[in-house]
Write a protein that binds this ligand. Structure first.
Ligand SMILES: *Cc1c(COP(=O)(O)O)cnc(C)c1O
Length: 397
């Protein structure tokens, strides 16, 4: 692994865990319902092409992304199957939909007309707004929806809605979700009543699958759960699925230095050593996606299985941690920013909590400067071995 040897900061994907998550989610879905992984935002920061390749190899053949160019990137890298664009595409770029065999969401009836006036056929899924009031034609406008099926340049392969409160089973949220589901199937029934062939249907995202697994659909658009966690650490812990995190983030120790009591470290004299101590400078910063709000002890990293609190202000490309209690640490060592080390673990959910957000945001904002290493079991074994030998030698010396 070149990253292991000389990278400054990198992501590691555990493809065994990705396959495992796929399997547990698929088991929860009704028969005939296919997983449609959400690969938007670079597969939630994981690397869309690498993740899609693995999923393609597992036999999955339907994906969704947020933007046209995310879809184009997957095609240019040889990803097969249906790729649905969930968001807006400018009419001037409709030609790219055809060129790369991408499927576009119909955002509303106005947009249906725009697609239809393009001179060629375009594959679409119709978005139905059942209460989120984001994208989709309002479920009440049934005539507008039926009209879309008559547009000669729209090849309607699917129809879907998005639930906006399915993450909670408390009464008001469950009621809202059930109302959304009813509105969607109301549209479906109307279409069938008109003798129109029903396209593929989908409703659930991760929380929809977790809380409403029984819905009769053709696809489930699953993002965050596929990557091995839910949006919050609490939800991940109480989730009925045995999910395993796919991604870890590591960074190089670029320097180790001693601070005497009363000395400062970092910008703004924010950190003053309360006693003689040892700090490690890490080659990762907020431009790599580490929230700056974890500065000054809010967040920690793991080094050799021990927690090292972040000291001072996180910089754009670097940050410092307290390693006073960690023996044998030296330049070129590796710190775990997200992931397991010894018996301890830091999850994207932990970081999200410290930063006041959800794990989806932490993952999807992981920066483009992080390189990517895809791991299998064999590699992991060797790193573990090298580490444990190092620690043993250190103990003898
Ligand atoms: C992002 C997104 C999903 C996936 O959501 P998760 O909660 O990550 O599973 C599904 N559908 C739509 C429309 C989305 O925007």
């Amino acid at each position: 692994m070149p990253e292991e040897k000389m990278g400054r900061a990198w992501k590691e994907l555990n493809m065994d865990n990705l396959r495992h998550n796929c399997e547990v989610i698929c088991k929860l879905l009704p028969e005939n319902c296919q997983l449609m992984p959400a690969l938007k935002a670079n597969a939630y920061g994981h690397g869309a092409v690498e993740v899609a390749r693995e999923l393609n190899a597992m036999g999955l053949s339907a994906f969704c992304v947020a933007t046209l160019h995310e879809g184009v990137e997957l095609r240019k890298n040889g990803i097969k199957g249906e790729i649905l664009i969930l968001g807006y595409t400018h009419p001037n770029e409709f030609y790219l939909l055809r060129k790369h065999r991408l499927t576009q969401t119909v955002l509303d009836s106005e947009y249906a007309k725009a697609i239809n006036s393009y001179r060629h056929k375009i594959h679409v899924h119709i978005g139905i707004d059942t209460g989120m009031h984001r994208l989709g034609e309002c479920s009440e406008n049934i005539d507008n929806i039926l009209e879309m099926f008559k547009c000669e340049n729209l090849v309607v392969d699917g129809m879907f809605t998005h639930l906006c409160a399915s993450d909670s089973m408390e009464k008001p949220f469950a009621e809202y979700t059930n109302a959304q589901i009813l509105l969607f199937y109301g549209v479906v029934n109307e279409i069938k009543a008109q003798g129109i062939k029903c396209p593929k249907l989908h409703i659930q995202s991760s929380y929809g699958v977790m809380n409403y697994p029984e819905l009769k659909c053709d696809y489930a658009r699953v993002g965050i759960a596929l990557y091995g966690l839910m949006s919050t650490q609490e939800d991940t812990e109480k989730c009925n699925l045995a999910l395993r995190p796919v991604l870890s983030v590591k960074s190089r120790v670029s320097a180790v230095k001693n601070l005497a009591a009363g000395e400062f470290a970092g910008y703004g004299m924010e950190f003053e050593a309360p006693c003689d101590m040892k700090i490690a400078v890490l080659s990762i910063g907020y431009a790599d996606g580490i929230p700056r709000s974890l500065s000054c002890g809010k967040g920690s990293v793991l080094i050799a299985g021990k927690k090292a609190p972040i000291i001072g202000r996180i910089c754009m490309d670097q940050m410092s941690v307290d390693v006073t209690d960690i023996p044998f640490i030296r330049q070129n060592d590796i710190a775990d920013i997200i992931g397991k080390s010894g018996n301890d673990v830091i999850t994207a959910g932990d970081i999200a909590k410290q930063a006041g957000t959800i794990s989806n945001e932490i993952l999807s904002r992981l920066g483009g400067r992080l390189s990517l290493a895809c791991k299998n079991k064999k590699n992991k074994y060797w790193t573990k071995l090298i580490y444990s030998v190092r620690i043993k030698i250190g103990a003898i010396l």
